[in-house]
Design a protein around this ligand. Sequence first.
Ligand code: G3P
Length: 194
Amino acid sequence: GLWLAILGVAGYLLGSVPFGVVVAAAMGLGDLRKIGSGNIGATNVLRTGNRKAALATLLLDAAKGAVAVILAHWLGGDDAAQLAAFTALLGHCFPVWLRFRGGKGVATFLGILLAIFWPLGLAACAVWLVVAALTRYSSLSALLAAVCSPILAHVLGRPDLSLLCLALAIIIVLRHSANIARLRAGTEPKIGQK
Ligand code: G3P
């Protein structure tokens, strides 16, 4: 009970580190929340034109999700790992440090899945990459990777992960409401566009 709660809070705190904001500030790119979409993720860091900063943000935001899962699994087993996966995504999307105005969860989601069951993580990355290659929309790629993940968990032999994937996908879809509106209006910028 208490131990699980502590691991859940630890997952939230790890997830809540806004690496995009940190990397952009450290590399002198300005306040990320005043650039492009205003989002704190790697896609928006790329709009500064700095690819290294965008890659660093992607890797660090994914790594914090993976670390949250691995740590919780090590200290508390499978249930703790699933709880920390969920709270880490909550931390990224609703970080206390940014008055709960966080990111959209995509890189952290991919890191979480890679850590919890790597074939599922690879499959979600593959969906993202294929949709991105075909459409150049980061948001659409993320939405499809997220929405497919409960089915992919089933297909890859881990139906025990599909409820977690569904919960993560719901958060990601809700965080993309502005992107969904722009996709429908035909005004969503493509990857690398401002
Ligand atoms: O990873 C977030 C991405 O799906 C959308 O980001 O900045 O285009 O709203 P952005």
